[in-house]
Design a protein around this ligand. Sequence first.
Ligand SMILES: *Cc1c(COP(=O)(O)O)cnc(C)c1O
Length: 354
Amino acid sequence: MLGFMPRIEINLSKIQHNARILCELYRKQGISLMGVSKAVLGEPLIAEAMIRGGVKFIADSRLENIQRMKNSRVSAQFVLLRTASSQAESIVENVDISLNTEIDTLEKLNYYASLQNKIHQIILMVEMGDLREGILPHDLFLFVKQVLCLPHLKIIGLGCNLACYGGIKPDRQKMQQLSALTDAIEQKFDLNLSITSGGNSANYEWYKSTKQVGRINNLRIGESILLGCGTVNRQVIPKLHTNAFKLIAEVIESKVKPSLPFGEIGRDAFGNIPVFQDRGMHQRAIIALGKQDTLISGLSPDRDLEILGSSSDHLVLDSQKSDLKVGVGVNFNLDYGSLLSAMTSPFIKKQFVN
Ligand SMILES: *Cc1c(COP(=O)(O)O)cnc(C)c1O
Protein backbone atom coordinates (compact mmCIF):
# COMPACT_ATOMS: atom_id res chain seq x y z
CA MET A 1 0.00 0.00 0.00
CA LEU A 2 1.36 3.39 -0.92
CA GLY A 3 -0.97 5.50 1.17
CA PHE A 4 -0.67 9.09 2.20
CA MET A 5 2.72 10.78 2.09
CA PRO A 6 4.46 12.12 4.01
CA ARG A 7 3.48 9.87 6.88
CA ILE A 8 5.06 8.49 9.99
CA GLU A 9 4.42 4.83 10.67
CA ILE A 10 4.27 4.10 14.36
CA ASN A 11 4.66 0.53 15.54
CA LEU A 12 2.84 0.34 18.86
CA SER A 13 3.90 -3.21 19.68
CA LYS A 14 7.57 -2.23 19.34
CA ILE A 15 7.02 0.70 21.71
CA GLN A 16 5.24 -1.57 24.18
CA HIS A 17 8.09 -4.09 23.91
CA ASN A 18 10.70 -1.39 24.57
CA ALA A 19 8.78 -0.13 27.59
CA ARG A 20 8.48 -3.66 28.97
CA ILE A 21 12.17 -4.52 28.56
CA LEU A 22 13.20 -1.22 30.17
CA CYS A 23 10.74 -1.61 33.06
CA GLU A 24 12.16 -5.10 33.71
CA LEU A 25 15.75 -3.88 33.45
CA TYR A 26 15.31 -0.95 35.84
CA ARG A 27 13.03 -2.84 38.22
CA LYS A 28 15.94 -5.19 39.00
CA GLN A 29 17.40 -2.44 41.16
CA GLY A 30 14.10 -1.06 42.40
CA ILE A 31 13.67 1.75 39.87
CA SER A 32 10.20 2.58 38.49
CA LEU A 33 9.73 4.40 35.20
CA MET A 34 7.73 7.38 34.10
CA GLY A 35 7.05 7.10 30.37
CA VAL A 36 7.73 10.49 28.79
CA SER A 37 5.33 11.38 25.97
CA LYS A 38 6.43 14.90 25.01
CA ALA A 39 8.33 13.85 21.87
CA VAL A 40 5.14 12.38 20.44
CA LEU A 41 2.81 15.27 21.29
CA GLY A 42 1.17 13.19 24.02
CA GLU A 43 -0.22 10.76 21.45
CA PRO A 44 -2.74 8.71 23.48
CA LEU A 45 -2.12 5.40 21.67
CA ILE A 46 1.61 5.68 22.37
CA ALA A 47 1.01 6.49 26.03
CA GLU A 48 -1.22 3.41 26.24
CA ALA A 49 1.49 1.26 24.66
CA MET A 50 3.92 2.51 27.33
CA ILE A 51 1.39 1.68 30.05
CA ARG A 52 0.86 -1.83 28.64
CA GLY A 53 4.65 -2.15 28.79
CA GLY A 54 4.55 -1.46 32.52
CA VAL A 55 5.14 2.26 33.17
CA LYS A 56 3.10 3.54 36.11
CA PHE A 57 3.31 7.22 35.30
CA ILE A 58 3.01 9.22 32.09
CA ALA A 59 5.08 12.40 32.13
CA ASP A 60 4.92 15.28 29.69
CA SER A 61 6.26 18.82 29.59
CA ARG A 62 3.05 20.27 28.11
CA LEU A 63 -0.23 20.53 29.91
CA GLU A 64 -2.01 20.44 26.54
CA ASN A 65 -0.55 16.99 25.85
CA ILE A 66 -1.70 15.72 29.23
CA GLN A 67 -5.18 17.10 28.58
CA ARG A 68 -5.20 15.35 25.21
CA MET A 69 -4.37 12.00 26.85
CA LYS A 70 -6.94 12.49 29.59
CA ASN A 71 -9.59 13.36 27.02
CA SER A 72 -8.78 10.06 25.33
CA ARG A 73 -9.22 8.28 28.66
CA VAL A 74 -5.61 7.24 29.07
CA SER A 75 -5.45 5.97 32.62
CA ALA A 76 -2.23 6.64 34.54
CA GLN A 77 -0.74 8.97 37.09
CA PHE A 78 0.07 12.11 35.11
CA VAL A 79 3.25 14.03 35.79
CA LEU A 80 3.96 17.53 34.49
CA LEU A 81 7.66 18.00 33.78
CA ARG A 82 7.59 21.79 33.26
CA THR A 83 5.52 23.97 35.52
CA ALA A 84 4.43 27.55 34.81
CA SER A 85 2.64 29.68 37.36
CA SER A 86 0.21 31.05 34.73
CA GLN A 87 -1.13 27.50 34.33
CA ALA A 88 -1.42 26.73 38.05
CA GLU A 89 -5.19 26.34 38.12
CA SER A 90 -5.23 23.91 35.22
CA ILE A 91 -2.22 22.00 36.55
CA VAL A 92 -3.97 21.29 39.83
CA GLU A 93 -7.07 20.26 37.90
CA ASN A 94 -5.36 17.94 35.40
CA VAL A 95 -2.13 16.66 36.84
CA ASP A 96 -1.34 14.35 39.75
CA ILE A 97 2.30 15.32 40.23
CA SER A 98 4.31 18.30 39.00
CA LEU A 99 8.03 19.05 39.03
CA ASN A 100 8.86 22.41 40.59
CA THR A 101 11.63 24.85 41.39
CA GLU A 102 9.94 28.19 42.19
CA ILE A 103 8.21 29.20 45.41
CA ASP A 104 5.89 31.69 43.66
CA THR A 105 4.60 28.94 41.41
CA LEU A 106 4.13 26.64 44.39
CA GLU A 107 2.14 29.34 46.20
CA LYS A 108 -0.20 29.53 43.20
CA LEU A 109 -0.49 25.75 43.02
CA ASN A 110 -1.29 25.70 46.74
CA TYR A 111 -3.91 28.41 46.29
CA TYR A 112 -5.74 26.57 43.51
CA ALA A 113 -5.37 23.24 45.29
CA SER A 114 -7.11 24.77 48.29
CA LEU A 115 -9.91 26.12 46.06
CA GLN A 116 -10.29 22.70 44.43
CA ASN A 117 -10.04 21.01 47.80
CA LYS A 118 -7.08 18.88 46.73
CA ILE A 119 -3.61 17.99 47.85
CA HIS A 120 -1.30 18.51 44.86
CA GLN A 121 1.81 16.31 44.83
CA ILE A 122 5.14 17.81 43.91
CA ILE A 123 8.68 16.71 43.20
CA LEU A 124 11.33 19.34 43.85
CA MET A 125 13.99 19.45 41.15
CA VAL A 126 17.54 19.98 42.34
CA GLU A 127 20.21 21.74 40.26
CA MET A 128 23.07 19.27 39.89
CA GLY A 129 25.16 21.09 37.29
CA ASP A 130 23.37 20.80 33.95
CA LEU A 131 21.96 24.31 34.46
CA ARG A 132 18.47 23.76 33.26
CA GLU A 133 15.78 23.59 35.97
CA GLY A 134 16.66 23.07 39.60
CA ILE A 135 16.95 24.50 43.11
CA LEU A 136 20.60 24.90 44.10
CA PRO A 137 21.47 22.35 46.81
CA HIS A 138 22.47 25.03 49.31
CA ASP A 139 19.03 26.66 48.93
CA LEU A 140 17.12 23.40 49.25
CA PHE A 141 16.61 23.33 53.02
CA LEU A 142 15.16 26.82 53.22
CA PHE A 143 13.04 26.05 50.16
CA VAL A 144 11.56 22.89 51.69
CA LYS A 145 10.86 24.81 54.88
CA GLN A 146 8.83 27.35 52.90
CA VAL A 147 6.94 24.66 50.99
CA LEU A 148 5.99 22.93 54.23
CA CYS A 149 3.96 26.04 55.10
CA LEU A 150 1.73 25.40 52.06
CA PRO A 151 -0.84 22.91 53.36
CA HIS A 152 -2.32 21.86 50.03
CA LEU A 153 0.99 20.67 48.61
CA LYS A 154 2.73 17.42 49.41
CA ILE A 155 6.43 16.96 48.66
CA ILE A 156 6.68 13.37 47.49
CA GLY A 157 10.30 13.49 46.46
CA LEU A 158 13.33 15.04 44.85
CA GLY A 159 14.49 14.83 41.28
CA CYS A 160 17.22 16.05 39.00
CA ASN A 161 17.68 16.40 35.28
CA LEU A 162 21.04 16.06 33.58
CA ALA A 163 22.39 15.74 30.04
CA CYS A 164 19.79 18.11 28.63
CA TYR A 165 21.18 21.62 28.51
CA GLY A 166 24.72 21.56 29.82
CA GLY A 167 25.57 18.05 28.63
CA ILE A 168 26.53 16.98 32.17
CA LYS A 169 26.51 13.19 32.61
CA PRO A 170 24.50 11.52 35.33
CA ASP A 171 27.28 9.62 37.10
CA ARG A 172 27.83 7.89 40.43
CA GLN A 173 28.79 11.10 42.19
CA LYS A 174 25.68 13.02 41.05
CA MET A 175 23.38 10.15 41.97
CA GLN A 176 25.01 9.79 45.38
CA GLN A 177 24.59 13.50 45.96
CA LEU A 178 20.88 13.33 45.13
CA SER A 179 20.47 10.29 47.39
CA ALA A 180 22.23 12.07 50.24
CA LEU A 181 19.99 15.13 49.81
CA THR A 182 16.92 12.89 50.00
CA ASP A 183 18.18 11.37 53.26
CA ALA A 184 19.09 14.76 54.68
CA ILE A 185 15.74 16.39 53.87
CA GLU A 186 13.86 13.43 55.35
CA GLN A 187 15.83 13.59 58.57
CA LYS A 188 15.79 17.33 58.98
CA PHE A 189 12.04 17.71 58.40
CA ASP A 190 10.84 14.29 59.53
CA LEU A 191 9.41 13.60 56.08
CA ASN A 192 8.99 10.45 54.04
CA LEU A 193 10.06 11.03 50.44
CA SER A 194 8.78 8.18 48.32
CA ILE A 195 10.34 9.24 45.00
CA THR A 196 13.91 10.10 44.12
CA SER A 197 13.85 10.61 40.37
CA GLY A 198 17.44 10.49 39.15
CA GLY A 199 17.02 11.56 35.55
CA ASN A 200 16.15 10.52 32.02
CA SER A 201 17.32 8.22 29.20
CA ALA A 202 20.87 9.47 29.74
CA ASN A 203 20.99 7.55 33.06
CA TYR A 204 21.36 4.21 31.26
CA GLU A 205 25.19 4.12 31.39
CA TRP A 206 25.24 5.02 35.07
CA TYR A 207 22.66 2.32 35.78
CA LYS A 208 24.56 -0.35 33.86
CA SER A 209 27.78 0.48 35.67
CA THR A 210 26.44 0.67 39.21
CA LYS A 211 25.42 -1.93 41.73
CA GLN A 212 24.33 0.67 44.23
CA VAL A 213 21.58 2.95 43.11
CA GLY A 214 21.24 4.44 46.59
CA ARG A 215 17.92 6.23 47.03
CA ILE A 216 17.32 6.55 43.28
CA ASN A 217 14.05 4.72 42.66
CA ASN A 218 12.61 6.45 39.59
CA LEU A 219 13.63 7.63 36.14
CA ARG A 220 11.69 9.61 33.53
CA ILE A 221 12.26 7.87 30.20
CA GLY A 222 11.23 9.07 26.75
CA GLU A 223 13.88 8.49 24.10
CA SER A 224 14.94 4.98 25.26
CA ILE A 225 11.36 3.74 25.03
CA LEU A 226 10.65 5.41 21.70
CA LEU A 227 13.94 4.95 19.89
CA GLY A 228 15.63 2.12 21.77
CA CYS A 229 18.80 3.94 22.76
CA GLY A 230 20.54 5.61 25.66
CA THR A 231 21.36 9.24 25.04
CA VAL A 232 24.91 9.79 26.24
CA ASN A 233 26.47 8.17 23.15
CA ARG A 234 23.21 7.13 21.48
CA GLN A 235 24.18 3.51 22.22
CA VAL A 236 21.53 0.94 21.31
CA ILE A 237 20.13 -0.80 24.39
CA PRO A 238 20.20 -4.61 23.98
CA LYS A 239 16.88 -6.22 23.01
CA LEU A 240 15.21 -2.90 22.14
CA HIS A 241 13.72 -1.90 18.79
CA THR A 242 15.29 1.16 17.21
CA ASN A 243 12.78 1.36 14.38
CA ALA A 244 9.40 1.83 16.05
CA PHE A 245 9.01 4.97 13.93
CA LYS A 246 9.48 5.24 10.19
CA LEU A 247 9.01 8.38 8.11
CA ILE A 248 7.88 7.82 4.53
CA ALA A 249 7.86 10.54 1.89
CA GLU A 250 7.35 10.68 -1.85
CA VAL A 251 9.81 11.08 -4.72
CA ILE A 252 8.60 14.00 -6.85
CA GLU A 253 11.57 14.39 -9.20
CA SER A 254 14.29 11.99 -10.34
CA LYS A 255 16.83 13.18 -12.91
CA VAL A 256 20.46 13.12 -13.93
CA LYS A 257 21.81 16.60 -13.18
CA PRO A 258 25.10 18.31 -12.45
CA SER A 259 26.24 18.23 -8.83
CA LEU A 260 27.35 21.87 -8.88
CA PRO A 261 24.83 24.72 -9.15
CA PHE A 262 25.45 26.90 -12.21
CA GLY A 263 25.26 30.70 -12.37
CA GLU A 264 26.47 33.37 -9.99
CA ILE A 265 26.43 32.23 -6.32
CA GLY A 266 24.33 34.41 -3.98
CA ARG A 267 22.45 33.09 -0.97
CA ASP A 268 20.07 30.19 -0.46
CA ALA A 269 16.49 30.44 0.88
CA PHE A 270 17.79 30.64 4.46
CA GLY A 271 20.40 33.34 3.90
CA ASN A 272 23.40 31.01 3.78
CA ILE A 273 26.06 30.82 1.09
CA PRO A 274 26.04 27.12 0.24
CA VAL A 275 29.09 25.04 -0.58
CA PHE A 276 28.97 22.01 -2.90
CA GLN A 277 31.12 19.07 -3.75
CA ASP A 278 31.71 18.33 -7.46
CA ARG A 279 30.55 14.78 -8.23
CA GLY A 280 30.06 15.40 -11.95
CA MET A 281 26.74 14.48 -13.52
CA HIS A 282 24.78 12.14 -11.25
CA GLN A 283 21.35 10.75 -10.49
CA ARG A 284 19.44 13.01 -8.09
CA ALA A 285 16.01 12.81 -6.53
CA ILE A 286 13.73 15.27 -4.80
CA ILE A 287 11.50 14.15 -1.93
CA ALA A 288 8.36 16.05 -0.94
CA LEU A 289 9.57 16.77 2.58
CA GLY A 290 11.33 19.79 3.99
CA LYS A 291 12.46 21.83 6.95
CA GLN A 292 8.83 22.73 7.60
CA ASP A 293 8.05 19.07 8.28
CA THR A 294 10.95 17.80 10.33
CA LEU A 295 14.53 18.32 11.41
CA ILE A 296 16.31 17.08 8.28
CA SER A 297 19.70 16.56 9.94
CA GLY A 298 18.27 13.75 12.07
CA LEU A 299 16.95 11.67 9.17
CA SER A 300 18.71 8.63 7.77
CA PRO A 301 17.42 6.93 4.60
CA ASP A 302 17.02 3.15 4.90
CA ARG A 303 18.80 2.50 1.60
CA ASP A 304 21.91 3.69 -0.15
CA LEU A 305 20.93 7.33 -0.57
CA GLU A 306 22.65 10.46 0.57
CA ILE A 307 20.89 13.59 1.76
CA LEU A 308 22.50 16.55 -0.02
CA GLY A 309 20.36 19.29 1.46
CA SER A 310 16.89 20.68 1.89
CA SER A 311 14.73 23.76 1.72
CA SER A 312 11.38 24.33 3.38
CA ASP A 313 9.51 21.79 1.23
CA HIS A 314 12.10 19.86 -0.80
CA LEU A 315 14.69 17.32 0.22
CA VAL A 316 17.48 16.73 -2.33
CA LEU A 317 19.12 13.29 -2.50
CA ASP A 318 22.06 11.78 -4.32
CA SER A 319 20.35 8.64 -5.64
CA GLN A 320 23.20 7.44 -7.83
CA LYS A 321 23.45 4.12 -5.97
CA SER A 322 19.75 3.45 -5.56
CA ASP A 323 17.42 4.17 -8.45
CA LEU A 324 14.28 6.06 -7.42
CA LYS A 325 11.16 6.36 -9.55
CA VAL A 326 8.84 9.34 -9.29
CA GLY A 327 5.88 8.50 -7.07
CA VAL A 328 7.53 5.89 -4.86
CA GLY A 329 7.99 6.32 -1.11
CA VAL A 330 11.39 6.53 0.56
CA ASN A 331 11.76 5.39 4.19
CA PHE A 332 13.76 7.30 6.79
CA ASN A 333 14.77 6.54 10.35
CA LEU A 334 14.48 9.44 12.75
CA ASP A 335 16.52 10.66 15.70
CA TYR A 336 14.90 12.37 18.69
CA GLY A 337 14.89 15.86 17.17
CA SER A 338 13.38 14.65 13.91
CA LEU A 339 10.78 12.57 15.74
CA LEU A 340 9.79 15.54 17.90
CA SER A 341 9.36 17.84 14.91
CA ALA A 342 7.71 15.24 12.64
CA MET A 343 5.15 14.38 15.31
CA THR A 344 4.39 18.09 15.66
CA SER A 345 3.97 18.75 11.92
CA PRO A 346 0.36 18.98 10.77
CA PHE A 347 1.51 17.88 7.29
CA ILE A 348 2.74 14.46 8.38
CA LYS A 349 0.03 11.87 8.80
CA LYS A 350 0.40 9.54 11.79
CA GLN A 351 -0.33 5.94 10.92
CA PHE A 352 -0.35 3.13 13.47
CA VAL A 353 0.83 -0.35 12.55
CA ASN A 354 1.34 -3.46 14.65
C1 LIG B 1 12.23 15.40 28.37
C2 LIG B 1 12.45 15.12 29.79
C3 LIG B 1 12.72 13.81 30.21
C4 LIG B 1 12.84 12.65 29.24
O1 LIG B 1 14.05 12.70 28.53
P1 LIG B 1 14.47 11.51 27.54
O2 LIG B 1 15.85 11.86 27.15
O3 LIG B 1 13.52 11.52 26.41
O4 LIG B 1 14.41 10.25 28.33
C5 LIG B 1 12.88 13.59 31.57
N1 LIG B 1 12.79 14.60 32.46
C6 LIG B 1 12.52 15.87 32.10
C7 LIG B 1 12.44 16.92 33.15
C8 LIG B 1 12.35 16.17 30.75
O5 LIG B 1 12.08 17.43 30.40
